[in-house]
Design a protein around this ligand. Structure first.
Ligand code: ATP
Ligand code: MG
Length: 422
């Protein structure tokens, strides 16, 4: 475990950023560039894992694109100049221009040329989880707006616009499920396509007063389980005139995902074509689908915390259970026994055998957002009992050792019901 900080770091203005630094999850290596300590990495990986599982179960295979791309691909799509100073460029030893990918439409279009030759090879959707770099003018709020950040980006390839739009809708449905699984209440909004381009685009946002976006939506949307055709738009697309008499509300929000359909914008200039039954070569119709994984961790920290610290959903927490031996001389062995037993049963379990006071351990595990603690003191061990502490309910119960696992399981079940899909 990385030492936690007692005092708030001064550079952080947001609670999420402060708590993530204090809990020893992240470390700022340079402006907008972070290293992730073990606890932070587990959280990041847990979010990535939910996203990965939903894609894979949906028939979307994982692949991996490089972070460094040749600038020539970006010249072909006319984006090398257009992207502007947000793009980090460099040269190799042969003076060839390279780009540290801010996104990967060009690279994937190029890569797909060797896979899809005929209409029979399509449709295809692939996703990858990879670091991106954007030289943001104002990196801030910790991992919420970094310069280097982890993104899940998926790309779809279809032979017709109709098919491609169906794929787009399926990806949008998949995003609903993913955000629900993460315990995030999102709004889906019509959006501007920005430098990615195209003619159809939606963003997913979580409402938060610290968000950097401004969104406009039908007041009825807040309570509706399905968004249907209710008005919902980002600031760029909002048309105040058209909605004067409607009950449109506005809010600050955090953008967590973005879907684009852009047809042959990249496949045409990069020569990504398939042979059609007619014998013609035709560019494939593409979409891209981004999710900000590291930003989601920051957004969750912002949305889910209390005066004791972070409150992660059960399967996002770095560990589900912390075993805390209070008196090392009498309880260490029994604590280790429970730790191994829980590990073997598939729980993410942490043994807090640091040489610290009970109070300090309780405090740190609360700060980190470990949902359950099993506390073992000399007195309880003498009675062959342990105390289970539930972080979110704030309650404790004393149970005999025999009943410890069933009691924990039932608490976990209750907790899991808050996030039904995970
Ligand atoms: P923003 O408007 O917040 O700058 P964007 O519209 O430029 O984001 P996209 O190109 O849509 O971003 O990227 C896909 C997703 O990647 C975003 O929805 C967001 O969740 C995430 N993301 C984008 N920029 C950053 C960043 N600087 N730090 C962390 N996550 C980011
Ligand atoms: Mg966007």
């Amino acid at each position: 475990m990385v030492p936690t900080l007692k005092d708030d770091p001064s550079q952080a203005v947001l609670a999420s950023h402060r708590l993530m630094l204090r809990a020893g999850l992240i470390y700022q290596v340079a402006s907008g560039i972070y290293g992730w300590w073990p606890m932070g990495l587990r959280i990041l990986q847990n979010v990535a894992e939910v996203i990965r599982r939903y894609h894979t179960d949906h028939g979307v295979d994982e692949f991996l694109l490089p972070t460094v791309q040749p600038a020539d691909l970006w010249r072909k799509s006319q984006r090398f100049e257009a992207y502007g100073p947000e793009m980090l460029t460099m040269q190799d030893r042969h003076h060839r221009d390279l780009v540290y990918g801010p996104t990967a439409e060009e690279a994937v279009t190029d890569m797909m040329r060797s896979f899809a030759r005929s209409y029979k090879d399509l449709p295809k959707v692939l996703f990858n989880i990879q670091w991106k770099f954007r030289d943001e003018i104002r990196p801030r709020f910790g991992v919420m707006r970094g310069r280097e950040f982890l993104m899940k980006d998926a790309y779809s390839f279809d032979v017709s616009v109709d098919q491609a739009k169906k794929t787009y809708t399926q990806m949008s449905d998949l995003y609903w499920k993913i955000f629900h699984a993460l315990g995030l209440k999102v709004l889906r909004l019509r959006a501007d396509t920005g430098p990615i381009g195209g003619d159809l685009s939606h963003e997913f946002h979580v409402i938060s007063h610290v968000g950097e976006s401004q969104i406009y939506y039908d007041a009825r949307l807040g309570d509706a389980p399905e968004q249907g055709e209710f008005y919902a738009a980002t600031e760029e697309l909002h048309n105040p005139q058209a909605f004067q008499n409607r009950n449109i509300v506005s809010s600050k929000s955090i953008e967590v995902g973005h879907l684009f359909f852009f047809g042959d914008k990249y496949s045409q200039p990069l020569d990504g074509k398939v042979l059609m039954p007619s014998g013609d070569l035709q560019p494939y119709m593409m979409g891209s689908y981004g999710l900000g994984i590291s930003r989601i961790v920051g957004a969750m920290a912002e949305l889910f915390h209390d005066d004791k610290g972070l409150r992660w959903p059960l399967d996002i927490a770095p560990y589900q259970v912390g075993v805390v031996p209070i008196h090392a001389d009498t309880c260490a062995e029994i604590a280790q026994g429970f730790y191994h037993k829980l590990q073997n049963q598939g729980y993410g379990c942490l043994l807090d055998d640091r040489d610290k006071s009970a109070g300090e351990k309780f405090f740190d595990l609360d700060l980190l957002g470990i949902p359950f603690q099993i506390r073992l003191s000399k007195r309880l061990c003498a009675q062959e009992c342990a105390e289970i502490y539930a972080r979110y309910e704030g309650c404790t119960q004393i149970v005999p050792w025999d009943n410890l696992i069933p009691a924990l399981e039932s608490l976990i079940e209750t907790e899991r019901k808050r996030y039904p899909f995970v």
